[in-house]
Design a protein around this ligand. Structure first.
Ligand code: NAP
Length: 279
């Protein structure tokens, strides 16, 4: 223990005070008996590059990056993981021994893992998926579903141009539909995902009808506050299996912790409880 390295990491964003990442990483540090600290790094956009470049000098093993830095950070990396490149944003920086900076995006991993935690035999190629929304979360989720072999990803968003841009980028398995078609688009899907902010604490509920959704379709919501959105409640009451956004949040943190601390951490009921108590 005496010669164990003291690992420094954090989350850089603006604003960043709301981030649950310190709770998650500091919990794991204590659980695995590791020495280190994971801190909030409130950094304004104009200081972002200087802050990133300062990570090796400060002895940081790396950091998470969040709004508004996720896209901007990519061009400051010495290496960007191909998955992150395809997502167009990074959420994790790992400082290498030589001081160079490697960028990753673990949101897609986190999402897929959250489905597998809920349904261990979940398969991406089980059938078409319907994704509502086309923002940052949607990019990560659509790409990860395609990488998992989804035969078709139906994409609907209030602003159609954004869905078209994703389809142009991600290829012919992405089918663009109008926002008005979202209810009919549920017919025959194996998975329905909400990646809009509708249903989030402080926002109106997502306006959808589940009438056409197959009863065995998995319904997931990227939102984690509240843990059960009206979408998930309605789906649960009609018999659909459901997954909330907490699993994505917790799972995306695991590869980053592994990269910095050398341990792939587990998600325990205690960790879930500790994080839920911050909501
Ligand atoms: P974002 O990039 O700002 O995208 C927001 C999305 O919501 C866009 O598709 C937007 O459509 C849509 N939207 C906004 N107002 C709407 C309305 N009135 N009606 C219909 N659609 C509307 O945000 P994001 O980063 O993707 O995050 C989206 C959600 O995912 C948030 O609730 C966030 O908390 C959650 N999230 C969860 C995790 C996790 O780890 N669980 C990770 C990331 C995000 P337009 O394009 O038309 O504006």
């Amino acid at each position: 223990m005496a010669d164990q390295k003291f690992v420094l990491a954090g989350v850089m964003g603006w604003p960043v005070a709301h981030s649950r990442s310190p709770v998650i990483h500091n919990h794991w540090m204590a659980q695995y008996g590791l020495r280190g600290a994971y801190v909030l790094l409130p950094v304004q956009p104009e200081n972002f590059e200087a802050a990133i470049r300062g990570l090796p000098a400060l002895g940081f093993s790396g950091c998470n990056v969040t709004i508004p830095h996720k896209v901007n950070a990519m061009k400051m990396m010495d290496f960007v993981d191909p998955v992150a490149k395809a997502m167009g944003a990074i959420n994790t920086i790992v400082v290498q021994l030589d001081g160079s900076l490697h960028g990753y995006n673990n949101d897609g991993f986190g999402y897929i893992q959250s489905l597998r935690d809920a349904q261990p035999d979940w398969r991406g190629d089980a059938g078409p998926a319907l994704v509502l929304g086309a923002g940052g979360a949607a990019r990560a989720i659509v790409l990860s579903l395609l990488n998992e072999g989804a035969p078709e990803v139906r994409l609907v968003n209030r602003t159609r141009e954004k869905t078209q841009a994703l389809a142009d980028e991600f290829g012919p398995r992405v089918k663009v539909l109008d926002w008005a078609e979202r209810n009919d688009a549920m017919a025959g899907v194996a998975l329905l995902v909400n990646t809009t902010n509708q249903g989030m604490h402080g926002q109106p509920e997502l306006a959808v009808s589940l009438a056409a959704l197959p009863e065995q379709a998995l319904v997931s919501d990227a939102i984690y506050i509240p843990l059960e959105t009206a979408l998930l409640k309605n789906a649960r009451l009609r018999g659909n299996p459901v997954v909330n956004g907490l699993g994505m949040l917790l799972n995306q943190a695991r590869p980053a912790f592994k990269a910095w601390f050398g341990v792939m951490p587990e998600i325990t009921p205690t960790l879930r409880q500790v994080v839920i108590e911050t909501f």
